[in-house]
Design a protein around this ligand. Structure first.
Ligand code: PEP
Ligand code: MN
Length: 357
């Protein structure tokens, strides 16, 4: 439930609304706005009698949020939430952000080379898993803490913001020390203790849609993070399981305009996991931006044939460069721009030599 105060409401009147909500046994969340303040009532199980609040001085109206997810909904907050990973790397505004890099961090040389390449070609953030959720326990599980240290090194080398996955609460604490954004993967979308922990960490969170999750499930998972007071959440459509085995997943691009209508949170697309096929990544990335996505997250590897995970869906750096130019044209056609970081001065992408150690 949302209590909208009138524009001339005094601080005392707002405080009184907060007090009454708390006396009723709920949490009150004052949200000052440009025009007027609203006070959100959370912990509402649907049986709140609003008449006591409606009668208070300074109250303009009481809105009952009809959706099961409350704070995530556009009913709760109309304007887009801007999620800021670093200066100039903001999701949810006019600019489109591109997160690129390998599936996994594999070595210092690999991640620093990848970071330099994607930075030069137009990415604003670097991806790369240090903790990998693999279907088989015998597959490469990631470099762990060393991988995070290497990501931090890549950030120092390139200025790219870092997005990397946490698999559990302990990992989330560690990731938050090194990275700019905690990725919660498809397999963990409904790991509620991890969602709560990420909410308490006050770091931006990239929340991927589970492979069998409805859009309502995705938004309810985001609500867990928001309920802990963290609204820095980027949603991600990464494909759902379908009966058709032609592609790894079915990239549900309808989710993008749907989520944008239902929620104020930004949403991006992952055409790499969404298709699993290198030659399908570019067309689906283009389509995602055309559909209104606030960005993409895409796997790019300096040498996909040698990748320890997801090589078959990783773009070659040259392909990524072409994709970025195309995305710029698509963004312009729909009144947006692809974000750019100031030029890094790194040249000759194909043969960039990396100083290590
Ligand atoms: C990844 O980004 O490498 C990953 C494991 O993604 P997802 O959780 O979407 O499968
Ligand atoms: Mn991957």
């Amino acid at each position: 439930m949302l209590v909208v105060m009138d524009n001339h409401a005094t601080k005392d009147q707002i405080d009184r609304v907060v007090r009454v909500i708390e006396e009723m046994g709920y949490h009150a969340r004052p949200m000052p706005g440009g025009q007027r303040t609203a006070v959100g009532l959370v912990g509402n199980d649907g049986r709140v009698d609003s008449s006591r609040i409606e009668a208070l001085p300074g109250v303009a109206e009481v809105i009952h949020v009809s959706k099961p997810y409350k704070q995530v909904s556009r009913e709760w907050k109309q304007e887009n939430t801007l999620v800021r990973l670093a200066p100039g790397v903001v999701f949810g505004g006019e600019e489109i952000q591109i997160i690129a890099g390998p599936c996994s961090v594999e070595s210092e040389h690999q991640i620093v080379t990848a970071a330099r390449q994607v930075r030069e070609l137009g990415a604003t953030a670097l991806r790369g898993g240090a903790f990998k959720p693999r279907s088989s326990p015998y597959s490469f599980q990631g470099m762990g803490k060393r991988g995070l240290e290497l990501l931090a090194l890549a950030r120092r080398e390139t200025g790219l913001a870092i997005v990397t996955e946490a698999l559990d609460e302990e990992g989330a604490h560690l990731v938050s020390e090194y990275a700019d954004c905690i990725q919660i993967g498809a397999r963990n979308m409904q790991n509620y203790s991890l969602l709560r922990a990420a909410g308490r960490l006050r770091k931006p969170v990239l929340l991927k849609r589970g492979m069998a999750a409805t859009i309502t499930d995705l938004l309810l998972s985001a609500e867990y993070i928001l309920a802990e007071g963290n609204e820095q959440i980027i949603l991600c459509e990464r494909g759902i399981r379908s009966f058709d085995t032609m592609t790894r997943n079915l990239l549900d691009l309808t989710a993008i305009p749907l989520v944008q209508k239902l929620s104020h949170l930004p949403i991006i697309a992952d055409p790499s996991h969404g298709t699993g096929l290198r030659d399908k990544v570019t067309p689906m990335a283009r389509a995602a931006i055309a559909a209104g996505a606030d960005g993409i997250i895409v796997e790019v590897h300096p040498n996909p044939e040698g990748a320890l995970s997801d090589g078959a869906q990783s773009l070659y750096p040259e392909q990524f460069g072409r994709l970025v130019s195309e995305l710029r044209a698509i963004a312009n056609a729909i009144g947006r721009q692809v974000a750019t970081l100031p030029s890094s001065g790194v040249r000759d992408v194909g043969t960039t030599s990396v100083s290590v150690g």
